[in-house]
Design a binder for this molecule. Structure first.
Ligand code: SAM
Length: 273
C-alpha cells in the first residue's frame, strides 16, 4: 500500500507545483510557507537538529532551515524529493533530502534529532501508527520532541451537509480510487497561485488510513513519549477539507456559518524523557 501511495504521490507532484508561482524566488527573498501554529508548537529551534517527516516538496523544510541548526527532510516520493533538492539549489536554502519510506528510514538512519516534525496530511498515509511513533522515539535524542500538526481526524467525517463523510471509527484502509488529488488552492500557494492543470485525474490509486485522537495519543504514549500539549483548532490551515468551507484570514478555512464549530486541526507536542 505504501508503494502504491508512492506512485500516486509521484503522479501528483508536478500538478501541485504548477499552481505555485516562483517558489524559489519567494523562499530566496525571505518568504516562508509555515503557519504560526506550527511555529508556536515548535518553539525556539536555533541550533537544533530537526527532521521533517513526510516533507513532500520541501517548501516547509526549507522554510524551517532558516530557523534550525540542521534540517533533514524524508519522503517516499521520488518526484517530491527531486523537486525539493532543486528548490534547495534554486533558493540557496540548505537542507538534506532523503527519499525513503519512513519506516525503512527509521530502521536505517543512525542520525539522532532534537525535533521530529510532521504536519498537514501525513499520518493518514501510514499503515501502522505504533510503528510510526516507535520510529519517532528511536530517532530522537533524550529530551527530544515530536511536534505533530495534523488535520483533525473528525474533519474527514464532515461534508457540506453535516456528518456524512467517512466514519470516524473506520478501521480498514481506505482505497482512494481517484488517488492523491489536486488539492492545491490559493491558500496553499503563498508565493502566488497559478491556474495550472484543470480537472486533472490521478491515474494512480492510493491507500489512506483513519487514525483517531485515541490512536494518536496512545501510539505516542506507548512509544515512551510524554505528551506536553494536545491542542485542537477550529480552523484548517491551507486546506478546504470539504466544499463550501469559509476562507478566513491567514489562509485558513473554517466550517460554514450554518454548522456548529468543531475541531479541524490537532496539534501535539510530546517529549522523550
Ligand atoms: C500531504 S503531504 C505532506 C505535506 C508536508 N507537510 C509539506 O511540508 O508540504 C504527504 C506526504 O507524505 C508522503 N508519504 C506518504 N507515505 C509515506 C511513507 N510511507 N513514507 C514517507 N513519506 C510518505 C507523500 O509522498 C507526501 O509527500
Amino acid at each position: 500500500m505504501h508503494e502504491q501511495n508512492r506512485r500516486s504521490w509521484n503522479a501528483v507532484t508536478s500538478v501541485h507545483n504548477r499552481h505555485k508561482n516562483d517558489q524559489s524566488g519567494f523562499l530566496a527573498g525571505g518568504g516562508s510557507t509555515l503557519f504560526p501554529d506550527e511555529l508556536e508548537l515548535l518553539g525556539d529551534l536555533s541550533g537544533r537538529r530537526l527532521v521533517h517527516l513526510q516533507c513532500n516538496c520541501g517548501q516547509d523544510t526549507l522554510s524551517l532551515s532558516r530557523l534550525a541548526g540542521r534540517v533533514v527532510g524524508v519522503d517516499i516520493s521520488d518526484d517530491a524529493i527531486a523537486f525539493a533538492r532543486q528548490l534547495s539549489r534554486d533558493s540557496g536554502l540548505s537542507a538534506e533530502f532523503v527519499r525513503s519510506d519512513l519506516f525503512d528510514w527509521f530502521d536505517e538512519t543512525e542520525e539522532r534529532f532534537d525535533v521530529a516534525f510532521s504536519s498537514y496530511g501525513t499520518i493518514g498515509w501510514l499503515c501502522d501508527l505504533n510503528r510510526w511513533a516507535g520510529g519517532v522515539a528511536e530517532v530522537l535524542v533524550p529530551g527530544g520532541q515530536l511536534v505533530l500538526l495534523e488535520f483533525h481526524p473528525l474533519a474527514w467525517s464532515l461534508q457540506r451537509d453535516g456528518l456524512t463523510g467517512d466514519s470516524y471509527f473506520l478501521r480498514d484502509p481506505i482505497h482512494e480510487k481517484s488517488g492523491v488529488n489536486d488539492y492545491v488552492g490559493e491558500a496553499l500557494a503563498p508565493s502566488g497561485y497559478q491556474q495550472g492543470n484543470q480537472d486533472w485525474q490521478n491515474p494512480e490509486t492510493a491507500y489512506s488510513f483513519q487514525w483517531t485522537v485515541g490512536d494518536i495519543v496512545t501510539s505516542v504514549a506507548r512509544a515512551g513519549l510524554v505528551v506536553e500539549t494536545l491542542r485542537e483548532y477550529e480552523y484548517a490551515n491551507g486546506c478546504e477539507i470539504f466544499d463550501g468551507m469559509k476562507l478566513i484570514e491567514g489562509r485558513r478555512y473554517t466550517v460554514p456559518d450554518s454548522m456548529a464549530s468543531v475541531p479541524l486541526m490537532l496539534g501535539l507536542r510530546a517529549r522523550l524523557p
